[in-house]
Design a binder for this molecule. Sequence first.
Ligand SMILES: NC(=O)c1ccc[n+]([C@@H]2O[C@H](COP(=O)([O-])OP(=O)(O)OC[C@H]3O[C@@H](n4cnc5c(N)ncnc54)[C@H](OP(=O)(O)O)[C@@H]3O)[C@@H](O)[C@H]2O)c1
Length: 310
Amino acid sequence: MILVVGATGLLGGEICRQLSAAGHPVRALVRPTSDESRVEALRVLGAELVTGDLKDPATLVAACAGAEVVITTASTTLSRQAGDTIASVDQDGQLQLIEAAKASGVSRFVYVSYSGNHTIGCPLTTAKRAVEQALRDSGLTYTILRPSYFMEVWLSPALGFDPANAQARIYGAGRAPISFISLKDVARFVVRSLTTPAARNAIIELGGPEALSPLDAVETFEQSTGRTFALEHVAEEALEQQYASAQDPLEQSFAALMLGYARGDVVDMSQTLVAFPLQLTSIREFAGARPARSLSLGTSRVTEVAPPTL
Ligand SMILES: NC(=O)c1ccc[n+]([C@@H]2O[C@H](COP(=O)([O-])OP(=O)(O)OC[C@H]3O[C@@H](n4cnc5c(N)ncnc54)[C@H](OP(=O)(O)O)[C@@H]3O)[C@@H](O)[C@H]2O)c1
C-alpha cells in the first residue's frame, strides 16, 4: 500500500493517477474540508480514502498503518484551512509524518521538496530543508525530490501567465533562465523513484528538458498561438522590497519564490536522465506548439505592475 499525503493537490492527484494506472494500491489522505470534486476523483481511481491532517499526529499514525511507502507533497502555500501555517504544516506536520512512518514500519518515504537553488532565506525554505534533514536522519529509506518551477503553476493564469488572453506577468526582467518542469513529469519521477536504485537515499534536483527565460517562454507561446502577448513586469526591486517588508511567513516565502524566479533556476538534468530515462515535456509541447511558422510578431506591450500577494 502506498500512502499519498497531498493527494487532493495538483501534484498529489497526478501521482495518485499514475500510481493507479501502474496498478499500485493507493491510499489517499483527505480532509473533511478537501475539495469534494478532488476527493471524488480519487474515489473513482479506486484509491482507499483515509481522513487525516498533518497537524494531528494520531491521524498520521492511523494513515500509515500497513503502508510500505509514504509519498508526501502537502503544502499550505496554495491550499490552506484555519490553523494551517508553514510552521504547523510544512514543517511540524511533515516532521510528524516522518515520525508516524517510522513508528508504523514504513519502508520507503518520498518527500517532494523544492529546488536547491532556492537560497533566499524564508520560512518555507527553512521548513523544506528541516524536513529533508530529519528524513535523512530518520533511518527510513528516502528519496527527496527538488523540482524547479512547475509550468502548470508559473506559466498559468493563477500567476498572471494567461495565453488565452495573450497576457503574461513576468517577475523581474524575465531574462534569467529557469528549468520549468511539468508537474506530470515530477509525478513520473516520484513513481519511478520507487523502483530506481539511484533514488534510494538520494536527493534529486529536477528540472525540465531545457532552461528558458520567461521571455523565451512567452515567445514560445506567441509562436504557438500566433498572438503577441501584452506583458506586465513586476520589477525585481519591488520584489526585494516586498520580501524585506513582509510581515507574514507566507507572504515572505512567496516573495522569495518570485525573487528566485527573477534570478533564475537552472537544473542540469544530464546525469539524472541516465538513471531515469524519461522524455521530459518541453515548454513548446506544453504550449501545444506546432513547429514555428513564419510569424511576424509585433513588439509586446509592456506595463510595470506591483508584486501580487497570496
Ligand atoms: N508550484 C511549484 O512551482 C512547485 C515547485 C517545486 C516544488 N513544489 C512543491 O510541490 C508540492 C505540491 O504542490 P501542489 O501544486 O500539488 O500543491 P497543492 O495543489 O496546493 O496541494 C497541496 C496539498 O496539501 C494538502 N494539505 C495542506 N494542508 C494540509 C494539512 N494540514 N494536512 C494534510 N494535507 C494538507 C492539501 O490538502 P487539502 O486539499 O485538504 O487542502 C493538498 O492536497 C508542494 O510541496 C510544493 O512546495 C511546487
